[in-house]
Design a protein around this ligand. Structure first.
Ligand code: URA
Length: 190
């Protein structure tokens, strides 16, 4: 792996920048290809991720893998990271101070990756990355551009597990992501 990625990973694994460091089992740095053109951003690790040190490996993660498969993608063609790298106790939303302490890692991951497309998974990521007052119910699937990067947000897979009625809208959003990948990405063979 590239030295810069490894240095960043090591500093993240040793982080004690907020109180979540005291309750975590593992830091969940990220997963996927470090030359991916697509960056998926979740909210923060849950219990399975905390245990395994890998993002999106629990039930929501299995659904995420299925969602990627629908549009011809898998973890070898994307990079997956979270807003906070350590599990918030009881899976509560990460606090603003925790997000602020952690966001520098995601910024540096993004700077190394240089993605063409960023997909925010859920409200927390969309608010942190796209716009503080982002409304996931009305703005999911819309495209935004920042610094030459195309960004969108879709419902979090955990929200789709809780409320299946959101799935048809998410299918439309996934198709829109697939079209954008076909337009912009060269590594995916879609
Ligand atoms: N939910 C997230 O937002 N991220 C994970 O890594 C797992 C579940």
């Amino acid at each position: 792996m590239d030295e810069r990625w490894e240095a960043l990973r090591q500093s993240c694994l040793a982080c004690t920048g907020c109180a979540l460091a005291q309750t975590r089992t593992n830091v969940v740095f990220g997963d996927g290809a470090t030359d991916a053109e697509i960056l998926l951003i979740g909210e923060g690790p849950g219990q399975s991720e905390d245990e395994q040190g890998v993002p999106f490996v629990g039930r929501a993660g299995q659904l995420l893998d299925d969602m990627l498969e629908i549009i011809g993608l898998d973890r070898s063609k994307v990079y997956i990271a979270n807003i906070v790298k350590c599990r918030p106790p009881q899976n509560r939303d990460p606090l603003a101070v925790e997000q602020e302490a952690c966001i520098g890692y995601l910024r540096r991951q993004t700077a190394l990756l240089k993605p063409k497309i960023i997909v925010c998974l859920g409200r927390i990521a969309a608010k942190a990355i796209i716009r503080e007052d982002f409304k996931i119910t009305t703005e999911h699937g819309q495209w935004f551009t920042r610094g030459g990067v195309q960004m969108t947000a879709i419902y979090h897979p955990a929200a789709l597990l809780r409320d299946e009625s959101k799935r048809p809208e998410t299918f439309v959003d996934l198709k829109s992501i697939q079209a954008k990948v076909r337009e912009l990405c060269t590594h995916t063979n879609l």
